[in-house]
Design a protein around this ligand. Structure first.
Ligand code: ADP
Ligand code: MG
Length: 246
């Protein structure tokens, strides 16, 4: 699915918190259409890495280039760049005091990307696509976890991003709701969306991702196709990890 357009280039990324080095030099290139699954033990730095990609975490050293722009350059308008980088969190982060429709329309209207009418039309299209058009006037509290997360995904789509970053999007869900969220993500992937997904869903990593990255102790311990990572794990660390999660 991926073509050769580079969306993100990460060069020797380091991140420390209070002198404790969490990311110890990570380099990778993410191309258009890539679906990269990030796996690894709890606390290994997956979220820190993901959040560094849109500078929610400021790298201690190294560079993150988004479509050729070095985000670590202080003169870059990071908010402008973030308009093109969607993010979906474990905890949905919908605005509780706004309706579903208002949640989806907010960013495109506020940032001047669309008129209210355009944003409304687009939001309704997106809601139809995930079968939730009837929830346009509801408030987040009236929705199930799975519905909220599907809304969070289409809310990020409303900005027409070039990449979406997902941090354990199904980890807060009751088991019976995981499938409906993964199905939306799979559709996005099939439509060619570039995605980086921190996940414990090894089925998703195996079936939907075209690349899997195993992070351990702040470094990329192993990276490859799902077939390579799951079918022929090389390092003992990865073998041990997979034996616990599969
Ligand atoms: P993962 O997502 O793989 O579980 P994280 O990236 O959340 O791991 O965390 C990696 C390490 O960095 C952990 O030891 C965590 O405690 C630490 N860490 C993460 N964020 C902060 C922070 N804001 N301040 C201090 N330490 C942090
Ligand atoms: Mg995490």
């Amino acid at each position: 699915m991926s073509d050769n357009t580079v969306i993100l280039e990460v060069k020797e990324l380091h991140k420390s918190f209070d002198g404790h080095e969490v990311l110890k030099g990570i380099s990778t290139t993410i191309k258009k259409g890539d679906v990269l699954a990030l796996i690894g033990p709890s606390g290994c730095g997956k979220s820190t890495f993901l959040r560094s990609l849109n500078l929610l975490e400021i790298p201690t050293a190294g560079h993150v280039l988004f479509e050729g722009t070095d985000l670590t350059d202080p003169s870059v308008d990071i908010n402008h760049v973030r308009e093109k980088i969607g993010m979906v969190f474990q905890q949905f982060n919908l605005f509780p005091n706004m309706t579903i429709l208002e949640n989806i329309m907010l960013a495109p209207v506020k940032l001047g990307k669309m008129t209210k009418e355009e944003a409304n039309t687009r939001a309704m299209e997106l809601l139809k696509r995930i079968g939730l058009a009837d929830k346009a006037g509801a408030y987040p509290a009236q929705l199930s976890g799975g519905q909220k997360q599907r809304i969070a995904i289409v809310r990020s789509l409303a900005m027409d991003p070039d990449i979406i970053l997902f941090d354990e999007p199904t980890s807060a869900l009751d088991p019976e709701m995981v499938g409906e969220v993964l199905a939306v993500m799979q559709e996005l992937a099939e439509d060619g969306m570039t995605m980086v997904v921190v996940t414990h869903e090894m089925g998703f990593a195996r079936e939907v991702a075209n690349r899997v990255m195993f992070i351990n102790d702040g470094v990329i311990q192993e990276e490859g196709t799902p077939q390579e990572i799951f079918g022929n794990p090389k390092s003992q660390r990865l073998q041990e990890f997979l034996s616990k999660v599969l």
